[in-house]
Structures are given as structure tokens and as C-alpha cells.
Ligand binder design. Sequence first.
Ligand SMILES: *[C@@H]1O[C@H](CO)[C@@H](O)[C@H](O)[C@H]1NC(C)=O
Length: 462
Amino acid sequence: MKSISLASLVVAIGSAKFALGVAEYGQCGGSGWTGDTTCDSGLTCVYQNDWYYQCLKSSSTATTTTSKTTTTTTKITTTTTKTTTTATSSSTGTSAKGTPVGFGAGTTGGAGGVTVTPTTQAELITYLSDSTTRTIILTKIFDFTTYYGTTTGKACKPWTCTNGYTPQMTIDTGKGECDASLTLYSVTYYQAGHDYSLKVGSNKTLLGQGSSTGIKGIGLEISGVSNVIVQNIQITDINSQYVWGGDAILITGSSKVWVDHNYIARVGRQFIVTGFDPATQVTISNNYFDGTTSYSASCNGEHYWFLLFAGSADTITVTNNHIYKTSGRGPHVGGISGYNQQIHIVNNYYDTVGGHAIDAAVSSHILVEGNYFKSVTTPDTGTSSGGLEYFVQTVSDATTCANYLTRYCEWNRFESSGTVASRLDTSVLSALDQSAVNNLTPMGVADVPTYVVANAGVGIVN
Ligand SMILES: *[C@@H]1O[C@H](CO)[C@@H](O)[C@H](O)[C@H]1NC(C)=O
């Protein structure tokens, strides 16, 4: 179990590379791949998707030992078939693909229940919210933007951009959202985003087919339930010009939630938020979080309110996500003393973050390993917020993990990014010595950008 990371560490620090071919977890093929296609001995080049083949231990692959040439040919045939049948939308699957790694392991959603394909918003509301075990297939975008009408209220302008960007305004509902010194303006916004959400019951899979399905103008509320999968959908355009315009996904008082291979963009508030009741056994994986916005509170075209984990006992794995143009809260964790969040942030691709990524406040325990930070101004906000973190930067940091976990850690890598002061709270490792962390063997950080860009978001798994 301590085998792979050391090899990748040795390669990464530029010491002699003994390997004859591609190392374990390296890319060895896929559409457009011009690199090495031969794996080290003992490894097999395994199809992951049309754009990415990966070298894996032969014993860990379920596939037979077909030669790679044969496999490639088969996939080209499949691709052709898929392209042909996409137009008639009949070839995509009706159950979630894959299984979650990390804290969300064991989440099955609507598996074993009935499968339904809603055609109206009202059907979708019912199928999602009742207590029947179900897989709900989305074959189009369900646009809720105007479904509950508009309302006129007050908003203030907490930010002023002097560089040409237009910042968000903040909706004031009289609960102190706007500082008393700020002028209040009359604004109109959509109630679907601000006052409503799509409530999700227990034992549900919400599964999009293709790359253009999902919900628009409203978020999901996963509250007081268990066993939910949200896979391959878009969630977009929720009053994005207003702070408090709406969250894309709220998870609170719930367990076993897998948010996988989705696309989230242009929301008013958080992309994903928990709190204050515990969000346990949650895995957030392979999503494309697109923070590009015309209403940037941080005056840089990027969305500030990204991930907020504030629950009293959250256990969350964040892995293999493409995090693009967010500028804050990536994630913000904790903030209330006496709570206890256990968060594993591993193998994500932070791509262009004009503010900060990880922000650990009091009560948080965060292991940060194997992430690739490209053009990230502040990868970590440092110790001032009071949280506990183990942020892997050196060989020594990575090997120390094995004194607590059953494996080494993978280090984080920076490209055109800010530096991170040493954050090595080993109590984080003690807290995270759990199967959800031990059993997740990170890929080498050098492979993260290519892998994540090819795998994250909608239209990949279904
Ligand atoms: C969800 O499924 C489990 C296992 O079948 C069952 O025990 C539980 O009662 C279900 N939850 C609801 C709310 O129906």
C-alpha cells in the first residue's frame, strides 16, 4: 500500500528514473495523445475514456489482457457508434456510472429502484422529493428561472470595481445582509433561485444524459436525507448578479452524498455549501466548477463564493475536480468552535484562481495532497483563520503521512502560483486515519491537469 507514491516522488524530484515506460497512473493513450504508450512492466494501459488511457497494475484491472491495439480499435468503434446515436439520444445509460471513492464510498442513490424520465418541472419536483427509491433521468435542461416568478426587493453595493468589472450586488432581506451605511437600491430577481430549491429525498440518483441536461435557475437541497447521487448534470444561472441569489447545492443533516461529473456555473452564492447540521460521507468528484462570471465580487471576472463546509461534523472528500476561475472559498472550512470537519482535498486541478483556494477556519481538519495549483494567487490562506491543515509540499511531508496513515501522501505542485507557509498539523493525519483516506491512493500530481481536464464535467460518463 505504500508502493506508488514513493516512485512518483522519486521521479518528480528529478532523480534517476528507472522506468522503461509510463509509470503507474500515467497517461498512455487517448484521442490526441502523442506521448509514450508503453507502460512499465507489471502495468497495463487501460481505457478510462476516449481521451485518456492510464497505466494501471494488471491485477487491478477487471479487463482481460487484450492487447492495447485491440482495445483501441474497439473504442474507436464505440466512439463512432456513440456519435451516431447521440442525435437520437438513445445510447446513454440509465444508472450512475462508477462508484465513489473517499468518504462517499457506498453511496448507491436510486440503484435498485425505478427509473423515470420527467418531462415537466412539476414531475421533476415530485420525483426528486418523495420517498421512493428512484433514478431520475434528465434528457434536457429544466429551466426554473421564471417558474416561481420574480420579486422586487432591496440590494446594496458592498463592492466597487475600478478596473471595469461589474461586482455583484447583495440582496438585503432585512437580516443584516447589507451594512447600515450602504445605500439600498430597488432590484428585481427570480424567486426560484432566492426563495426555492429542489428538495431531494433519500435513495435518489439524479442522472443527466449527454452534455446538455440539468437544471437552470434553481439549486438542489439535500437536507435531512441519505444516499443521493447527482451525476452528469448542469446547474447554472441562479441570480448570479446577486449575493444571496441562491446556492447550486446545499447539503445539510445528510449522509452518503456523491456529487460527480457535473458542471456548475453562474450562481449567486455558493457552488456547494454545507451547514450547520453534519454533512457526512460526502464525495465531490470529477466536477467542472466554472467560476467565470460577469458579476465578480472580487473584481476579476471570477466567482468568489465557491465551496463552504460549515457543518458540525462534515466528512467530505473533494477529488479530481477542475476548479476554474474561482477566487475565494476553495473551500472555506469551519468557523464555529466545537465543530469538527474532516476534509480530504486530493488530486484537484486548481486552474486560474485570482484570489485564494484553501481557507481553514477553526474546527477544520484538512488534508491537502496531490493537487495541482496553476496560476493560483493564494493556494492557502495560512494559519490566521485558526483551522488545522496538513498541506503536503516536500518528500518529508509526504513520507511523514505513513506514520499516521497506511500510505504515503502525494505532494501538491505549484505552477505560476503563490507559496504556502508550512502547514503540517499531524493531528489532521491522526483524525483522517480512516479507510476513506487510507484507501484512496492519489495519482501522481504531474498527471492531474491532463487527467482532470479530460475527465471532469458533463458528457464524459453518460
Ligand atoms: C432508503 O433505502 C434504505 C435501504 O433500502 C431503506 O432502509 C430506507 O428506509 C430508505 N429511505 C427512505 C427514506 O425511504
